[in-house]
Design a protein around this ligand. Sequence first.
Ligand code: NAD
Ligand code: ZN
Length: 245
Amino acid sequence: AHEGSLVLADLVGEAERVVVFTGAGISTESGIPDFRSPNGIWAKIKPIYFEEFVHSEEARLEDWRRRFAFRQEFLAAEPNIAHRAIAKLVHDGKVGAVITQNIDGLHQRAGVPADRLIEIHGNATYATCLDCGKRHELGLLEQEIATTGHSPVCRACGGLVKAAVISFGQAMPTHEMLRAEQAMEEADLFVAVGSSLQVQPAASLPLAAKYQGSRLVIVNRDATPLDGIADRVLRGSIGTVFSAL
Ligand code: NAD
Ligand code: ZN
């Protein structure tokens, strides 16, 4: 087996309370591009900020067009060996929590139960009302927009409906951040997988884990700003590094 993979399996074996923290890199081997690689999403389109979504109908319609395209991409993708290895470690009781920056729903589809999964940037596979929080399904919203030509409002309260993700400029979800911090506090091994660790406040979690006394392992192809404080940095493809697990 790959050397990094054996190192990771040993570290997980020695630990008692493992927390896994994932970024876009864990899903590239499922065919979903990440953000900051040369062929990542930001090389092609610029993000729509929360303020633009709230104030501009044009921005909202463009946001929906992108959401519906991503939805197809996410549904066509399958969880890969790393998603499945992590789900198994959750079922075995080794991993107490999976904190993810991803919005693609692949951790759930690999079998991580909701009470072990913390989605700090939300989930792109459904939408919610910005005012009352009511859940709305993307398939119905797509039909509605195709019929009316307008961005949808909530049937319950008239508020704006938006994909259930945290956009640039939007506040982080308080409850999910609290859950993430509680999980991090209890970790004795914190494994950061496939994240460039450049997006705040998410990138502060591995740092805080280290200060709280946890071991920190970084699994990523490229260098990250936290490599210098990590106990181990495992380079290479995530699928390969997780193969022994
Ligand atoms: P990022 O794009 O900033 O960084 C991804 C990192 O993963 C890079 O450092 C890259 O070198 C590494 N990587 C990519 N493929 C790899 C592989 N096969 N093996 C090893 N390393 C690999 O991702 P981020 O830090 O998660 O931040 C991006 C933000 O964008 C997140 O907030 C997330 O919400 C969002 N996003 C989500 C998805 C998704 O849900 N799948 C996709 C793109 C972006
Ligand atoms: Zn509402």
